[in-house]
Design a protein around this ligand. Structure first.
Ligand SMILES: C[S@@+](CC[C@H](N)C(=O)[O-])C[C@H]1O[C@@H](n2cnc3c(N)ncnc32)[C@H](O)[C@@H]1O
Length: 253
């Protein structure tokens, strides 16, 4: 039998099946959850609220509602979309409104939101073109796109060997397989489509081409609590910190 060709649709279907399967347990399964991460994220969202034209927020790939929970009291309207209807349904209290949708087909009118966020989502996407087109469409003028917590390929290329040791020890795939019989190694690998890291330079280039003014940072915060104390918020150059943080303001059409 020929192996199935991996297309954008195959990656989307895998993400929906995977997050539907772990919907009820995702909060316990995700290794990043901590009060420190929530405080840090709320601080970032508060800063964005200060720069944004208004208080409507759309979180893409909202999952179990981490971003919208942290945005409570900061944004008057918190909307979440996700490919997985089950994960949204299991956490509906975290959103003012939630919709099962694909980032490439957002069910909203143009110029609906002041801020659009994506947290730990980019590396699950097949590519970025559809995301950027839709974010630009639904943002209001001077609106802001914020994305964080995806590994940058510059770091994973430089630290390939220690990273593969860390990943072997962490064995996230086995943890998810234990959580649900529906999760196979193949399904896991398809959801982690950009596991080798997102190409920050390409993402920034595409955003700039679409008319955004981009601030990109690379950091360590929110991976391991002990590490947070030493290197967490110390910003280092590309290739020396794993996590890409992007703030992009839509300045021109
Ligand atoms: C690693 S989880 C992150 C969830 C949440 N943002 C957080 O940080 O806890 C990635 C989420 O992105 C969603 N996702 C993946 N591809 C998507 C797409 N094309 N459109 C919408 N959501 C997508 C998945 O269903 C999943 O809930």
């Amino acid at each position: 039998m020929q192996p199935e060709k991996v297309t954008a649709q195959v990656v989307k279907t895998a993400n929906r099946e995977f997050y539907d399967a772990v919907a009820d347990h995702y909060e316990e399964l995700d290794g990043r959850r901590s009060p420190a991460l929530e405080t840090w994220l709320r601080g970032n969202l508060s800063e964005l609220r200060g720069r944004a034209p208004g208080g409507s927020l759309l979180d893409i790939g909202a999952g179990s509602g981490l971003v919208t929970r942290c945005a409570e009291g900061l944004f008057a309207q918190r909307v979440g979309i996700d490919l997985s209807p089950r994960i949204l349904a299991a956490h509906r209290a975290c959103f003012d409104f939630g919709a099962a949708a694909d980032v490439e087909h957002l069910p909203f009118r143009a110029a609906s939101f002041d801020v659009v966020t994506c947290f730990a989502v980019l590396h699950h996407l097949y590519d970025f073109d559809g995301l950027i087109a839709e974010v630009k469409r639904v943002l209001k003028p001077a609106g802001i796109f914020y994305s964080d917590h995806d590994m940058d390929r510059g770091f994973s290329t430089r630290f390939q060997i220690p990273l593969s040791v860390y990943r072997k020890l962490r064995n996230a795939r086995a943890k998810y397989q234990r959580a649900s019989g529906a999760i196979t190694p193949e399904l896991y690998d398809l959801t982690e489509w950009q596991e080798q890291g997102v190409d920050a330079a390409r993402l920034i280039g595409l955003l700039e081409l679409a008319g955004f003014t981009v601030e990109a940072r690379f950091h360590w915060f929110g991976l391991i609590p002990t590490l947070d104390r030493f290197v967490g918020t110390n910003l280092r150059g590309r290739g020396w910190s794993p996590l890409l943080s992007t703030v992009a303001m839509w300045t021109s059409s």
